[in-house]
Design a binder for this molecule. Sequence first.
Ligand SMILES: Cc1cc2nc3c(=O)[nH]c(=O)nc-3n(C[C@H](O)[C@H](O)[C@H](O)COP(=O)(O)OP(=O)(O)OC[C@H]3O[C@@H](n4cnc5c(N)ncnc54)[C@H](O)[C@@H]3O)c2cc1C
Length: 392
Amino acid sequence: MSSRKATVVGGGIGGLTAAAALARGGWHVRLHERLPAVRAIGAGIYIWDNGLFALDAIDALEPATAGAHVAPAVEMRTRDGKPFLTIAVNGKEQPRCLTLLRDQLITALLDAAQAAGVEVFTDSSATSVRPDGTVHFAEADAERADLVVVADGAHSRLRDSVDLAYTRVRMTQGAARMMIPAAAGTLPAGDAVRHLEHFHGRRRLLYTPCTPDQVYLAFTCDADDRAVDGPYVDTDAWSRSFPGMAEVLRAADGVPVTRWDTFEYVRLSRWSRGRVAFLGDAAHAQPPYLGQGGGTAMTNAVALAAAVSRPGVTLPAALAAWERGTRPGVERTQRTSYRMRLLNRVPDGIRNTLIGVAGRTSRYTDAQLAATRLRPETDSLTARPSSSKETQ
Ligand SMILES: Cc1cc2nc3c(=O)[nH]c(=O)nc-3n(C[C@H](O)[C@H](O)[C@H](O)COP(=O)(O)OP(=O)(O)OC[C@H]3O[C@@H](n4cnc5c(N)ncnc54)[C@H](O)[C@@H]3O)c2cc1C
């Protein structure tokens, strides 16, 4: 086994992918998650081409996507359900976009990491990191690694412990998420299999089939919208906003919200300092209007592991090459997604026409789909996994 040691902080999408990819690149990896278990919130997730590519690079594609929904299109609609932009997906020469359960994704990533030999420590909260690779923990001795990957999310505590300038914006919008049973007949059959995003005022209602039995709903609105205040969504108020979705919303009545998240935007002045690299929401959080926060986290994690696992390259050179190679693509997506918040301020008629017209220009779709084309070189991630370790 290689003597190069990596410590990964955070057992979310970014940290697990980085850990699995590093282990496949020959690193001895210890991953620390502050919660008692590595787990996901109960919701669905869109994984586009780039994320699917990253999953494939760590041998997690099949378990992550087994039974996932393969929709024919992602569609933007008026409050009454009239489509104004349709992006065809999953056909020949079209972008791939699968929707799946977050639980299944996280389980597949954890399994891939452990199969590659990653040691996973739960209930293990990192408190600070130093550029020399030392990580301090709340209730354990400090550890020192040749490389530390910080993927502790948008609220990153470790980001504050190194001297890195960054911009963090807590946006006015957020989303309440829930899963509902897929109920036959609540939508016409052709609609029920599509991803439908309805717009009205500052509200958006996202309908996402994820498995044959489950549909993921996201209620996007301002953080002070009373109709998402508390453990349940006010489905009557949302039905008044989106009358065409009243039947679906009836199925959501009384279903608890799994989580509310206020959207975040984070941009670091640089992605690494010394032996410490940042990725995922800790480094490039973005509002989920493009469904790419997780996808870019996974792509970037695989890119990082490939860069630092290449033989004969020093760590500083590898980190510089990683950032140079990946950052423009990730940030282009992040910028596009962040700009899309401006659409919330525009009256329905103007916004819908604007998106409908712009959506037919290649420049707009190119910006929207830029991240789907991110493909790091993965030639250095071929090492056979060492023995797997148990979760503590
Ligand atoms: C409403 C909504 C919808 C979204 N939809 C999509 C989508 O469809 N597709 C998509 O690709 N992305 C989507 N995203 C974005 C995606 O969820 C995030 O970009 C992704 O989860 C970021 O992963 P991460 O690993 O960087 O951070 P996180 O998922 O936040 O994971 C961080 C982990 O670090 C742990 N941690 C934190 N602090 C410490 C510490 N000090 N020590 C140890 N562990 C620590 C946390 O417990 C957590 O497990 C969406 C986001 C939102 C809010």
